[in-house]
Design a protein around this ligand. Structure first.
Ligand code: KG4
Ligand code: ZN
Length: 347
């Protein structure tokens, strides 16, 4: 028997547990929380309560599917930060209780680092150093990964995250939460070049999505006539609704196209500046089919070695916490039982 890690992820609205043995994921159970859909976003209090309900059955199933008993596990890994504090606490306290009662080592994992290391789950794997564009609901980062335990953020968003740009755009279009996957689906039947949204002029390797959000707001307010504030184009509510109804796939495709070009132009800049050609994407937004396709195309053009995690390891999951826990185990990076959760965390 090799090194076995039980991992728990509860940073937002997915309760997940996974078992990893010698870097191979044997199980990855994810319980989604549908309760938030009716509120148009994650309600923290409801998320914590749902984690309380799901955590025991999810851990139980992860162990059973892996064919492991809790006593066979070598260490317990959990998401320490960042995330919703009430959600993080449920997973952290559960992991700490297990570690204490079983007398097993505890491993604290940074959720965003785990998104990056999801690229180390399946073969082929990137070689070090590699760059990773990590795009999720709360973060947008370019990460330089020198080793599994040496990761450095070299660019990040100064306002909204890419996932927020998708979700907020969807909200403006009257689509339910989370809107990212819906925009992806609708964009498949649309023309990405039909409507033009601006690309922000942000220095370095940083990103900004708030200007895009404002331009979409005005674009819809003006029923497509302009994406600037123009009083003369302000449309009535009926006109706006009609415009959205008639052009939804093209609007979604055009918004998605702009988000993708903002992301990939920075990634290209990061590759040129660092000379690194092993390139990864990660995080919930890396499930976007348009981004995946454009990333692979860009990789071909610039002779990159490109890597994307399997779908189940893109959005929040404990498999990525398990693989990170495994590498931290090998590096001897264990946490004390007094470790606390943190909503915002230093890298
Ligand atoms: O990584 P993740 O599951 O959770 C966070 O750590 O935030 O990312 C969630 C984000 C949401 O904003 C969601 O709309 C977005 O990922 N997302 C997508 C797609 N699937 C999930 N965005 C665009 N296209 C998708 N297919
Ligand atoms: Zn995430």
């Amino acid at each position: 028997m090799g090194i076995s890690i039980l991992a728990i992820e509860s940073s937002c609205d997915e309760t997940s547990a996974a078992v990893c043995v010698d870097g191979k994921i044997l199980s990855n159970i994810i319980a989604e929380q549908k309760v938030h859909e009716q509120y148009g976003g994650v309600v923290p209090e409801l998320a914590s309560r749902a984690h309380m309900q799901h955590i025991i059955p999810v851990v139980d199933k992860a162990l059973k599917d892996a064919g492991y008993g809790i006593q066979d596990i070598n260490a317990i890994a959990f998401t320490q930060s960042p995330g919703l504090i009430g959600s993080l606490l449920v997973g952290a306290e559960f992991a700490k209780s297990l570690a204490l009662s079983l007398n097993k080592p505890l491993i604290a994992v940074h959720h965003m680092q785990a998104h990056v290391l999801a690229n180390l789950i399946d073969d082929p794997k990137p070689s070090f150093p590699f760059l990773c564009l990590t795009v999720s609901g709360g973060h947008t980062q370019i990460v330089l990964c020198n080793s599994p335990t040496d990761l450095k953020v070299i660019g990040e968003t100064i306002d909204d995250a890419a996932g927020e740009a998708f979700d907020k755009s969807a909200k403006l279009l009257g689509l339910p939460y989370p809107g990212g996957p819906l925009i992806d689906k609708l964009a498949k039947d649309g023309d990405p070049l039909r409507f033009k949204f601006p690309e922000p002029n942000i220095p370095d390797l940083n990103f900004s999505f708030s200007g895009l959000k404002t331009s979409i707001l005005y674009f819809l307010r003006n029923a497509g006539k302009s994406n600037l504030y123009k009083e003369e184009f302000a449309a009535s509510e009926e006109e706006r609704e009609q415009f959205i109804k008639e052009n939804l796939p093209d609007i979604c495709a055009s918004i998605q196209e702009r988000i993708i070009t903002i992301l990939l132009n920075k990634l290209k800049k990061a590759s040129l500046e660092t000379g690194i050609n092993d390139m990864c994407i990660a995080g919930g937004v890396s499930a976007n089919s348009g981004l995946r396709k454009a990333f692979l195309q860009m990789g071909k053009k610039y002779h990159w070695n490109t890597f994307i995690p399997a779908f189940e390891y893109c959005t929040d999951n404990a498999g990525m916490i398990a693989i990170t826990g495994y590498y931290k185990y090998l590096a001897g990076q264990f946490a004390d039982l007094s470790v606390t959760s943190s909503a915002r965390a230093e890298w």
